[in-house]
Design a protein around this ligand. Structure first.
Ligand code: NDP
Length: 286
């Protein structure tokens, strides 16, 4: 069965819109990206439009490719203190001249809408699931739609990025799946994937996962977004082949990515409420 993300995204956005309508002040999200990253530019422009469709202000910061690390961190520090904004979303991956660890340390946990800060990622690893990276939140919401029992399931996460693979694996573990994290150095990847009741793939390689990697009846979540030279978009999974064997499969486009933006707005609303309760995220009791 195809797990289409568009309907879920619509449901989430309608819910957010009705909540935003009740707020005295419109929430605002700031997007920071470098001018030479065209795919992030497309993504953030789309996210800004979605934000505006539910009454949230989106502000784009299109930075020169020459922006120094110092100036970039200063901008984040400024936005951390800026009362008019409630959330900061940062391009990932960052250009090579920006140390991602410094960014994770600098962004305020209270405005870290994609949960990349040391504090928010740390909380996830300690068992909290209130603020989690938007893509991971999207994957978990789609899994919930399948009604698959995560507890005790064999889950394989292929890809170990800080923002998708690692937090996703930890959250599945928290839900008591037996989790394997695979990456580019993993031996016997096919055999490992074939054990999976739930297979989540985030590697950025078009149609890498073929039918040989799939156990019949598995739930397959394809996170990859790969733009081919002809402009078409493919996931990391060979959809036509695998959809015959999987019990559920997310398409690309119209799968995980469709829900991710809705989850971004959902996270923003969470931060807005947190800020208006005047209690910093890093001091709240879990
Ligand atoms: P990264 O691009 O940062 O890293 C890729 C990961 O895949 C690494 O851990 C790498 O292993 C692993 N990998 C690469 N090749 C192989 C291989 N042949 N076999 C096994 N593992 C491999 O990961 P991201 O999670 O940031 O992005 C991955 C994809 O997801 C991209 O296509 C991106 O566009 C998409 N994406 C989609 C989102 C959405 O909302 N749908 C959001 C974020 C990303 P190693 O660590 O050993 O190098």
């Amino acid at each position: 069965m195809i797990l289409d993300g568009r309907e879920l995204s619509k449901e989430i956005k309608e819910n957010i819109k009705s909540k935003v309508e009740l707020l005295e002040k419109k929430p605002r999200i700031d997007f920071l990206y470098f001018e030479d990253d065209k795919s992030t530019e497309v993504y953030f422009n789309r996210a800004k439009k979605s934000a505006e469709s539910v009454g949230i202000i989106g502000k784009l910061h299109n930075l020169s490719a020459n922006t120094s690390e110092k100036d970039f961190l200063t901008l984040i520090e400024y936005l951390n203190e800026e009362k008019e904004t409630n959330g900061i979303m940062i391009q990932m991956p960052l250009p090579n001249h920006i140390d991602k660890k410094k960014v994770y340390e600098t962004i305020s946990a209270d405005k870290d809408v994609d949960a990349i800060s040391n504090i928010n990622l740390g909380k996830i690893f300690l068992g909290e699931d209130k603020l989690i990276p938007c893509t991971v939140k999207s994957v978990l919401a789609l899994l919930e739609k399948t009604k698959i029992k995560i507890e005790g399931a064999n889950a394989v996460v292929v890809g170990r990025s800080d923002i998708v693979g690692k937090p996703l694996a930890h959250l599945l573990l928290q839900k008591s799946a037996t989790v394997t994290i695979a990456h580019s150095k993993t031996k016997n990847l096919k055999e490992i994937c074939k054990q999976a009741d739930i297979l989540c793939v985030s590697i950025g390689k078009a149609e890498f996962i073929t039918e040989e990697y799939i156990k019949e009846g598995a739930v397959v979540i394809d996170i990859g977004i790969n733009v081919l030279s002809d402009g078409s978009i493919k996931g990391d999974v060979k959809f036509d082949e695998i959809s015959k064997f999987a019990s559920f499969i997310t398409p690309v486009p119209n799968g995980v990515g469709s829900v991710t933006v809705a989850m971004l707005l959902d996270n923003l609303l969470y931060l807005y409420n947190l800020q208006n309760n005047k209690m910093p995220a890093n001091r709240r009791k879990i």
